[in-house]
Structure formats: C-alpha cells, structure tokens
Design a protein around this ligand. Structure first.
Ligand code: ADP
Length: 143
C-alpha cells in the first residue's frame, strides 16, 4: 500500500450534465481526499501536451474540441493506491464496454461517442500522475 495523489479531470460531458457532485461523491465515499480542485479552460497547447500519446490519431481533433466544450474541473485526489483504484472505479475508456456500477458504465455516452465522452480522465501510472499534477496545478494549489 502506498499513499498516492492522482490527477482527475471532470470532462465537459460531466460538467454540462451536472454530474460533478455525483461522481465526486463516489471518490469521497471510496475514502479519497481532495487536495486541490479548480475550474479550468484548456488551451490547445495544454491539450496537445496532455494528450501527446493520441495527438497523431485521427480522432484527436474531435477530442480537443470535446475537451473545450465547457471548462473542466481539475482534481488532485489522494489516497492508498488511488491511481489504480480510481481507474477501476472509472472502468475502461469505451463507456459501452464499462460495467454497470462503474462511473463510465453508469454515466458515459452509450452512442457513437462512447469512446470519447467518458466523464473523467484519471492518471494511469505514478509517473503520469506526477507529470499531470504539475501540468494542471501551480505550486501551492495542492494542499
Ligand atoms: P483513457 O482516458 O481511458 O486513459 P486514452 O488515454 O487511450 O484513454 O485516451 C484519451 C482520451 O481520448 C479518452 O479518454 C477518450 O476521451 C479519447 N479517446 C480515446 N480513444 C478514442 C477513440 N477511438 N475515439 C474517440 N476518442 C477516443
């Protein structure tokens, strides 16, 4: 067991449907603690960095447009093994493949955008979490 902090983004589909509180309650019920939280508008530059691993995919412009539909809520969340446990709470990228009871299974798009409109981003490794927390939070914003 190790205490970790992960970077979560509530994507525009969560924000526009008023699902931030509902999903945040799941993280808090799981015992995780809020260490930083803010509303942000994501620039092209920040999205190119954050999604550099998919920047050459044909669907990247759609993802960029989606992530700029509304501001997103960035959350620094701390807890025991929070990185893998939050990924388990979320379910797989494709909301149609996500089981009922997972966040993406319960709230993600079940139509043609099921692979994109999937409610939250969460860091997928300790290395990614460290990079992403630095990218989205300034010094002093994680308490
Ligand atoms: P995850 O967010 O589950 O770690 P990835 O890092 O592979 O998934 O992809 C980043 C984001 O890009 C996904 O969460 C999703 O919003 C979008 N995405 C991934 N694959 C596709 C796809 N085939 N079509 C449309 N959007 C996608």
């Amino acid at each position: 067991m190790s205490t970790e902090t992960t970077l979560i983004l509530f994507k525009p589909d969560a924000v526009s449907q008023g699902l931030v509180g509902t999903v945040l309650a799941r993280y808090e019920k799981a015992g995780f603690k809020i260490r930083g939280m803010k509303l942000m508008e994501l620039s092209d530059e920040l999205l190119a960095e954050h999604y550099s691993h998919i920047a050459d995919k044909p669907f990247f412009p759609s993802v960029r447009g989606f992530m700029q539909e509304t501001p997103v809520v960035a959350l620094a969340l701390q807890g025991e093994n929070v990185i893998t446990r939050v990924r388990d709470l979320l379910g797989p990228t494709d909301s149609k493949e996500a089981a009922a009871g997972t966040i993406r299974g319960d709230f993600g798009d079940k139509g043609e955008d099921a692979k994109m409109r999937n409610i939250c981003h969460a860091s997928d490794s300790p290395e990614a979490a460290a990079d992403e927390l630095k990218r989205f939070f300034n010094e002093g914003e994680i308490i």
